[in-house]
Ligand binder design. Structure first.
Ligand code: SF4
Ligand code: SF4
Length: 159
């Protein structure tokens, strides 16, 4: 965990809290293969203020299932993601939901648009260097972005 992430976690403002982290079928496969079970996801109504990216008008139609619900990571009673441990996410980077891998970049299908102002990293003068050190350089983020939209667009919403 970075210093910023640790401060966030201590302040209870971590990005691993409150959000509805939407899962593609690819996410489901990658995570369940690692955990050995599927008890990490749930189907619930979309909560607009908890959804990322809120600012992309094309996003909601991609993630909402035919029954009007969304498939997301489970949260605990305090609304923390159940994958979160005191030392950070229990999932290795390449098993995390694609949405988690791309955060704190902000984006639409057309490309990366910035860094989420809710994340303290965005306030650092060397923001891009911090992201590079976190192994999320812009080029890697762009590949992740392409995968997110490709997976949601080909979604079959299997359970
Ligand atoms: S990525 Fe940003 S918002 Fe998330 S825990 Fe780290 S510093 Fe906080
Ligand atoms: S899967 Fe990991 S990175 Fe994503 S919200 Fe949960 S704890 Fe945070």
């Amino acid at each position: 965990m970075t210093l910023s992430c640790m401060s966030c976690a201590q302040a209870g403002t971590s990005c691993c809290k409150n959000y509805q982290v939407n899962l593609t079928t690819g996410d489901m496969h990658r995570i369940s293969e690692f955990l050995g079970h599927q008890d990490f996801s749930t189907i619930e109504p979309p909560v607009l203020e908890d959804i990322e990216p809120k600012y992309d008008p094309d996003w909601l139609p991609l993630i909402v299932r035919p029954d009007g619900m969304v498939r997301v990571l489970k949260k605990d009673r305090e609304r923390y993601c159940t994958m979160l441990t005191p030392t950070g996410c229990q999932l290795p980077y390449d098993r995390r939901p694609l949405i988690c891998r791309l955060y704190p970049y902000t984006y639409t299908e057309k490309g990366i648009v910035g860094v989420d102002s809710a994340c303290p990293i965005s306030k650092e003068s060397d923001c891009q260097s911090v992201l590079d050190r976190l192994d999320m350089p812009l080029e890697k983020a762009k590949k992740c972005l392409a995968l997110i939209y490709a997976e949601f667009k080909s979604e079959t919403f299997e359970q």
